[in-house]
Ligand binder design. Structure first.
Ligand code: AMP
Ligand code: ZN
Ligand code: FE
Ligand code: FE
Length: 294
């Protein structure tokens, strides 16, 4: 292991993190992080600010993203690294995803209002400086006294099966890989032990690898050594790069501190190599499937 920390999974106010990009980078620096990726949900709006702060502090910065995808067996989250994120077609796709988040957030507020819960969309919008998510609705519910904690707001109102839950337009894991590849990025499956779980993932990996998947998040926030061993063998079997990070969102949200889960420098080196190889290829373009009529 290195004498500095590596963190390849973090969130800022560009999605549902609590710290602005440059503050997040500063906190990461203070925690000993010297290689950092910002992986906001459906947004790279924080990347330029974070990159600038990282350069100032001597942190090696990787532009990233996290895209939640839907399968019949549950959500799969796809990370993307070393994106050529300014590409217009890629930004257009991200805007489509964020617009869908916005409409869904508004519908959740409407449902809550119909149930006599007086929270305002304008407040949710203020709390979400970037991509709107359920955590921002949860925050508004806590603020207005309808729940004691974010957890409780999810459990009572916002989790799947709850009275104000509204599904969101989501890509398939295959399309998330295609989208990331179209911006010369490196797709990596995030926290693979969540649903649908490694057994089902194993069946999809051949196709996802053929589409351009390069990695599997192995060194993830709360994962134990045994869980890492299991995931490492899966990564080896499919020649995937084992990556890792904290999934930091701010104090008191996810348990792992910035840089808190050791990630080998070898992972970063392999990602850099893969990015260099990909930057010479012209990727196939990708167009988002139309969101279903609402
Ligand atoms: P969204 O993408 O808007 O559906 O929101 C998903 C985000 O909500 C996830 O990234 C989690 O950070 C957060 N989340 C999901 N379930 C819970 C929960 N039970 N308690 C707290 N946060 C949650
Ligand atoms: Zn999040
Ligand atoms: Fe995730
Ligand atoms: Fe995340």
């Amino acid at each position: 292991m290195t004498d500095y920390a590596i963190d390849l999974h973090t969130h800022s106010t560009a999605s549902d993190g609590l710290y602005a990009p440059q503050i997040l980078v500063q906190k990461a620096y203070e925690a000993g992080v010297r290689v950092l990726a910002l992986t906001d949900h459906d947004s790279t709006e924080g990347v330029a600010e974070a990159a600038e702060a990282a350069t100032r502090l001597g942190i090696d910065f990787i532009p990233g993203i996290e895209i939640n995808t839907e399968t019949s067996a549950g959500e799969v989250h796809m990370l993307g690294y070393f994106l050529h994120y300014q590409q217009e077609a890629f930004q257009q796709a991200l805007r489509t995803l964020r617009d869908a988040r916005q409409r869904r957030g508004q519908r959740m507020v409407e449902l809550l209002n119909e149930q006599g819960i007086a929270i305002r969309w304008e407040r949710v919008r203020e709390l979400a400086q970037g991509a709107v998510g359920r955590p921002h609705v949860a925050q508004a519910l806590v603020e207005a006294g309808y729940a004691q904690s974010i957890e409780e707001a999810f459990a009572r109102y916002l989790s799947k099966g709850c009275p104000a839950y509204v599904p969101r337009y989501k890509l398939s894991p295959q399309d998330a890989v295609r989208l990331i590849v179209s911006a010369r990025g490196l797709p990596v499956i995030a926290h693979p032990l969540e649903l649908p779980g490694p057994e089902i993932l194993r069946q999809w990996l051949p196709e996802l690898c053929a589409l351009g998947l390069v990695g599997l998040e192995v060194y993830y926030g709360p994962y134990t050594a045994e869980q890492e061993t299991l995931l490492l063998s899966l990564a080896r079997q499919f020649d995937l790069i084992p990556t890792g990070g904290s999934d930091y969102h701010g104090p008191g949200i996810h348990p792992t501190p910035l840089g808190g889960h050791p990630v080998p420098a070898e992972s970063v080196r392999r990602l850099q190599e893969a990015a260099a190889a990909r930057s010479h290829q012209t990727p196939p373009p990708f167009t988002l499937p139309e969101p279903a009529a609402e």
